[in-house]
Ligand binder design. Sequence first.
Ligand code: B12
Ligand code: SF4
Length: 496
Amino acid sequence: MRVLLVHPSPLLYAELYLRLEPLGLERVAAAVRMAGHDVRLLDLQVFDHAEYARVLNEFRPRAVGFSLNYLTNVPEVIDLAKATRARHPETFIFVGGHSASFVASELLEHAAGAIDCVVRGEGEVIAPRVLEAVGERGLERLPGVVTRDGAGPSPTLLDDLDRYPPARDLGRRRHRYFLGVLDPCASAELTRGCPWDCSFCSAWTFYGRSYRKSSPEAAAEDLARIREPNVFLVDDVAFIHAEDGFAIGREVERRGIRKQYYLETRCDVLLRNQEVFAYWRRLGLFYMFLGVEALDAEALKRHRKRVSTDANMEALQVARRLGLAVAINIIADPDWDETRFAAVRDWALTVPEIVHLTVATPYPGTETWLTEKRELTSHDYRLFDVQHAVLPTRLPLRRFYEELVRTQAVLNRKHLGWGALRRYGGPALRALARGQTNYLAMLWKFSAVYNAARQHGDHARPVTYAMRPRRVVTGAPTPAQLYIHQPQSARRTATA
Ligand code: B12
Ligand code: SF4
């Protein structure tokens, strides 16, 4: 069967700092191809809608699968599904991905018959089974599958991460993928899942707090296959278990693989497993993201971060000692006033790290979606991108954005524009010498992207597809309300 897999467009906010390959879709593509299908992959982050129409006409797929990891892409995917159904009524249309899993039935409602099914959870195992069942009745009996006639049993976890190495060969224009000065940059996954349970995050609810790892051989083989000199390791929390990081690292070293890496981890994991990070520094670890999230104990507790402010600050020192470029994130609450923004600005200017600011957002899949008592001020999917306020702001909304953008501008002065060139002039020139201009192009884009008037104006856009209103729970949410993949009692926990 001819199958076209499609990743939607990027958000401008994400595009400023990075643009990354659709790794999840490449894994699904690998599984579908292994099942004997003729697969093409189209990434609308680097192609336009005209190319989508062209591929549809030329390739004539029997099935089109959309990846929907982000709520902001919901309207685009619904509209593409409707346009596809109108022009090619025989085409089977399915949707999967992180956010699609949490809002499956409302997607089907919005699509009004243009989407045949939504696939919840990991796609590798179930996508080939869905394709096998195209044209048959009772799709909704398959695990994780939701149709307008009902929902199947809970999705099943992939038992072996090694089985479907990403089909990177199906992607085109790979030179457009980059992460800051790591230009061009590929993505790879060494482990999957997170055993913690931060209240603002949906990584743990998606994977049922499970944690799985690739074998050292398969992980190194995958890295060896990557042509780009830089790699984003997409693991939710890198090197939770030091021995796994060492085992993969030793295989990477044995095979003489030399790349520059970016990864994300928790501050307490860095403190506990310093040696494995130091080892990967020698293997090429260049850039690290640390989930700091808040500067005060009360907010850390509210986010259920299970880490102290002291540990966070100590971790920053460790990262500095390792000689890594470090980015951190702070969550701004819509309740912040000018004083709180000023305090973050003051602090951020005293540290060398790149400090990002996101806005606290209860999105479907997070615990706060179920428990946050404040009313949502918008049900526009496009505003659920952690750059807009969807809860009531203490400051007038326009003032809130002015403070947010002002703070981001101060923080960005350190690592965009000339400041960045002073710091990363060498790598930037090397990228340029390879014909790569993604990084240089982003350095002066800040005010086109972050702009209080524009962010405020986004709230006035007409809403075609409104998010289904939530029901706030009293007491602790149940597993059925929280999880996509139900937790296994036998899972390996990091905190044990
Ligand atoms: C890389 C990444 C990004 C990249 C996107 C790259 C890309 N082109 O896809 C960038 C940096 C742009 C990004 C941005 C954001 N991200 Co992000 N991101 C990730 C990250 C670290 C890795 C994604 C990944 O590659 N995973 C590995 C692959 C194998 O998994 P996967 O993509 O989920 O795919 C599987 C399934 O979802 C499913 N599937 C996927 N597509 C399809 C399609 C079909 C047809 C089927 C059947 C199945 C299917 O099968 C795949 C294989 O099992 C995840 C964390 C994580 N580890 O997943 C966070 C994560 C997904 N991001 C998150 C967030 C919050 C954001 C931001 C809102 C915030 C921010 N400041 O970064 C923005 C939103 C941007 C926007 N458009 O609104 C959250 C959840 C988002 C949500 N619930 O909406 C996560 C879980 C991180 C977290 N801990 O909170 N992100
Ligand atoms: S540690 Fe990171 S990935 Fe895990 S639940 Fe917390 S924020 Fe999410």
